[in-house]
Design a protein around this ligand. Sequence first.
Ligand SMILES: [Zn+2]
Length: 319
Amino acid sequence: MAIASPAPLSLGQALPWQDEQWQQLCYLLNSNRLPHAIMLSGAQDTGKRHFAERFVQRLFCTRPVDDGACGECKQCRLYLSGGHPDFRRIEPEAAGKAISINAIRELSEFAVITAHQQNWKIALVAPVEAMTLNAANAFLKTLEEPREKTLLLLVHDQLAPVLPTIRSRCRVLSQGLPPPAVARDWLAERLRNDGASVDELLARAGGRPLRALGFAEANTLDDIARFEQVLKQVQTGEAAPITSAAAFEGQPLNQLLEWLLVYYSRQLITTAQRGGKAEPRQFAFYDLLLSTRKKLESKTNLNPQLVLEELFLSLSQSA
Ligand SMILES: [Zn+2]
């Protein structure tokens, strides 16, 4: 299927399924009731970072229009240039890596200094579950000492739980998956594409529009189709699990695991839709997928090839 290459999403893009929460947050801001710490919690690749960045710019903006940033004032331009002195982004150095205690120490220093522009001071921590335990404990101290016009924005991708002591000190905004029709319209407009491939992209992305967009940009659907073909063969006993796993050596395990999770949950859903009942061993395999993802996120030292072999073996026994 042909997919037009879409224009890249700009940071802080407004996304239609976030309208209601955006209005809520602006209402709190306009009535001077903004909490000092906000945690955006929801599935990965649904736009939480865009929401957070958009709100950061809105807070800095001195000439907001209809509850949005103007994009032209000095503060907006400072923010958009990436050099706003009163803003910090705390992220892992690379995807899948941890946020270290050093990064959090710098954040605590940032939290106590006076704002350069006599306005808001904002730190964005994303994703919050990437903090090591030491980093999380150090972060608690900053969280426990709220300062005026200082906002801590946390993004939680729900790949691992967050310390309850951190969670309880934040206003948690849960962001569910967007309604399918809204996600479909948005993606179709971005890709200027016919409905069929948009539905396919969204299904493979587990309903997460930004992931679906990423798939389209990287032409990932073909790779996923090949992977699923092998999964099917392993499941039906047409292909041997270990040799099949070898074909994917060197590919990022977290990506393969996400594809496997979507593939398997779609099977469970189809079974249920047909009025069938999944077997206990099928749920056990699904649990294994989830616990493997947790292990990956907790930075446990895993041998990716060994893990994939084990998953393929269990898949062949789960059918
Ligand atoms: Zn502005």
